[in-house]
Write a protein that binds this ligand. Sequence first.
Ligand SMILES: [Zn+2]
Length: 152
Amino acid sequence: MFHKLQDQFDQVVRFVTIKRDVVGNVRQLTAKSHSGRAESFELQIGLEMLIGNCGCKLFEYVGLPCCHLLKVFSKYDILKIPKAFIMTRWTIGANKFSRSYDESQLEGDNLRHALRHTHLSLRASNLFERASKMKESFDFAVLKLYGLESYL
Ligand SMILES: [Zn+2]
């Protein structure tokens, strides 16, 4: 996921933004490519709530802020990606962990590696979240991990 975000950062330089309209603290802009293809997207951003959207819909489809929004963030000196553009499913320790699959899918013999990985990560993260809350449970978890590691 992070290299996809990196791709968007890399593309920021390809665009210029032109302010079209101001409505209260909402800025409506057009992001235009200044090289090669004639791409242009309309976007808006609320500078108070730091919410917004872009006509390219990358955020809606992929859950990542697009290069056009990143360009606008930098234009307004927004130095961190606003919370509204960070999907909880990418944040560390978020209760990631509404499950996107069904337990019954785990029973087949030829499970996809990705599904096995997701399932283990989910169980482990929830467990580690609990274990990290107290020294005692943390020590216990670390000890059990040694056992698991030597077995696997
Ligand atoms: Zn965009």
